[in-house]
Design a binder for this molecule. Structure first.
Ligand SMILES: [Zn+2]
Length: 117
């Protein structure tokens, strides 16, 4: 079983975030629409991405943040996450095939962040 799902875009992989209960898209070949690109260790089962994944949405007090490192098939949430799993490390869930009805993951404002805290 894989922990990454290849998207329809070459070099873009989806992982299932156990905090957000949705997929985050990681671009490893061409930069995504935010100009962000990650290095990948080539593994679908024990993936590592560098640098960290930072997803945020909403504004002001409504702003939600999911900030994580993906290392060896585990996802480590940093303390600036706004969800309940901040500060925790979980094994990445195995991914299921995308439903035909899933919207494309391109509207996640994902950007790289190298803060190692
Ligand atoms: Zn997330």
């Amino acid at each position: 079983m894989d922990k990454l799902l290849a998207s329809s875009v070459p070099g873009v992989f989806l992982l299932e975030c156990p905090a957000c209960k949705c997929h985050h898209a990681v671009a490893t070949q061409a930069p995504n629409h935010c100009g962000a690109k990650w290095t990948w260790n080539g593994s679908m089962t024990t993936p590592t991405f560098y640098p960290s994944l930072l997803v945020s949405w909403g504004q002001g007090p409504e702003r939600e943040v999911c900030h994580s490192w993906v290392e060896n098939g585990f996802i480590r949430f940093l303390s600036d996450c706004t969800h309940a799993l901040r500060g925790q490390t979980l094994e990445l869930p195995f991914v299921q095939s995308l439903e035909e009805t899933d919207p494309p993951p391109t509207d996640n404002p994902l950007s790289p962040h190298s803060d190692p805290s």
